[in-house]
Design a protein around this ligand. Sequence first.
Ligand SMILES: [Zn+2]
Length: 250
Amino acid sequence: MNDKTLVFLADKKNVLLAMKKKGFGSGKWNGYGGKVEKGETILKAAIRELKEESGIEAKEKELEFVGKISFVFLEKPEWNQDVHIFLIKEIRKAIETEEMKPKIFKKNNLPFKQMWDGDKHWIPIILEKKEIIAKLEFVGKGVFKKIIFEKPFKKTIIKQENISERQKIALERINILFELARKQKEESLKKKYLKLAKKIGERTNVSIPKELKKIFCKKCFSMKIKKIEKKPFIITKCEECGFEKKYSLK
Ligand SMILES: [Zn+2]
């Protein structure tokens, strides 16, 4: 695959990003990086690209490896790339170059709308210095479809596509009802909230989120659920009526 590098400079609160002014990914904020040339190590390429695009000179030992992400464009396989990601644990002064315009952002306020679709799922993790190994899938010219993590935790995040305004509100109400049910001590009221949540879901064609499905009994709406892990499955058993359900752990 096509090897690329990506370097972020970040301290405790801030991160230096740069907007690409032309070419692939133009108009988007990102870290610094580019292609690994023939005969070049990934680390050397990361340092060279950083220097070319920002004027910042870094030493090999200053670059901490924080992850590798395979970007997979399902409809544009020629764009596929393996991105090797590094972190420098301080912010340095970057110059504006022909290709890149630098700007410092607060880590908790990144411009995700002007970044690659899907960045919000992994950039915050590496900025916390957690190592990531993942695959990101896109449709079209870069519309996020899903991210599959190997590290730091096995998890898949899938975009909820084509969800209407009405369904968004329904999903919110379902979440609120579950929260109410959790806090409620009286058993009959708990069940009432859950029944209502289920009804809203059915009426608006919204499925109850997977995590919530596992905390109540489908049959009697009790929240007294025992979880038994039998890899690769998890079995939930209702302590009230005995109803069992099997879920895949993935
Ligand atoms: Zn039950």
